[in-house]
Design a protein. Structure first.
Length: 316
């Protein structure tokens, strides 16, 4: 089965701030978008050198909002979104560290709506452009691990604060900061039927431009196990995890939100899991559809996250 080149690095969401009675989230900066289950199956495998276009559609529907202690907040607020990401990838023939160097650019577009039957809903920026991502990677293909086919990749990404952002809105497509991500992803073919793919990424954020607020550094990772029921059709069980390492900071102080607002824990966390289905197209294309349910949530909304990924090699 011919696989394709996947250099994904960005998630779907948006930057938003909330004010809920008894829970003052507005003063606490949220984490910027990241890859939450966008790419799972065969994530570490690349096709032949050349160009590849990849598109993602990810829907998020809020089920509940959770506070710093992981408890459900007493609010009827719902923040839902539909996001599309457009990615162009180039895998070159140039060899670096015994692998092929590659480059990627990602342009996200997000439509967000907010509702609150118990009160006012936060305002959303009608402009949909998110922050573009630029990445450079080294891809190692057709290697062996424990005698099994093994392909993997390391990539460094930077998110540029060029998306739509306006302080008049509580919800913006842009995080309005620079974010740096470094990840490693691999796919291990256990046999012709089973494979395992995993991605591990660490992220560092600068302060939000024009403010002294700085979201903490964080980890995000994807994991999937798949089984071929037909030569071109695979089922999978997929999961993702986001966990913030350190407290958000203000003017360099990590205890600011605790002393000023009583938010002793600003770290975000979420675990998503669900089934998926992947169909491999002729000439190396792929369609992957998944549905994630979120749990173990802290300091962010939890919900249902259907995801569609389509990859199309360009050229012959």
């Amino acid at each position: 089965m011919k696989a394709l080149n996947i250099f994904t690095s960005i998630g779907f969401l948006f930057t938003f701030m909330l004010v809920i009675p008894g829970h003052i989230f507005a003063q606490d900066p949220t984490l910027p978008p990241t890859n939450l289950g966008l790419a799972n199956i065969f994530d570490g495998i690349a096709g032949k050198p050349g160009f590849l276009y990849q598109s993602y559609v990810q829907v998020f529907q809020t089920r509940a909002i959770y506070d710093q202690h992981g408890n459900k907040a007493a609010t009827s607020l719902k923040v839902n979104s539909v996001a599309t990401l457009h990615q162009l990838i180039y895998l070159s023939k140039v060899r670096v560290l015994s692998g092929n160097i590659g480059f990627t650019v990602i342009l996200p577009v997000a439509q967000v709506s907010a509702s609150n039957t118990g009160g006012a809903a936060p305002s959303a920026n009608p402009r949909a452009w998110g922050d573009p991502i630029l990445g450079t990677a080294v891809q190692w293909s057709d290697k062996r691990l424990f005698g099994k086919p093994f392909s993997h990749r390391t990539e460094l990404d930077v998110s540029l604060p060029l998306g739509a952002y306006n302080t008049a809105y509580a919800i913006n497509p842009s995080a309005h900061l620079f974010s740096f991500g470094l990840y490693h992803t691999f796919t291990l073919m256990l046999n012709q039927q089973f494979s395992i793919s995993a991605r591990n990424q660490v992220n560092y954020n600068t302060h939000i431009i024009g403010t002294k607020a700085q979201p903490g550094s964080f980890y995000n990772g994807n994991l999937s196990v798949d089984y071929a029921i037909l030569p071109s059709l695979r089922i999978e069980v997929a999961t993702y995890l986001l966990a913030q390492f350190n407290q958000d900071r203000f003017d360099g102080h990590s205890d600011y939100y605790a002393t000023q607002y009583g938010i002793t824990n600003t770290r975000e966390r979420v675990l998503g899991y669900g089934p998926g289905l992947a169909y491999f197209l002729p000439r190396g294309g792929l369609i992957e559809a998944k549905g994630f349910l979120e749990t173990a949530v802290r300091n962010r909304p939890a919900g249902w996250r259907p995801t569609l990924r389509v990859a199309i090699p360009l050229g012959k």
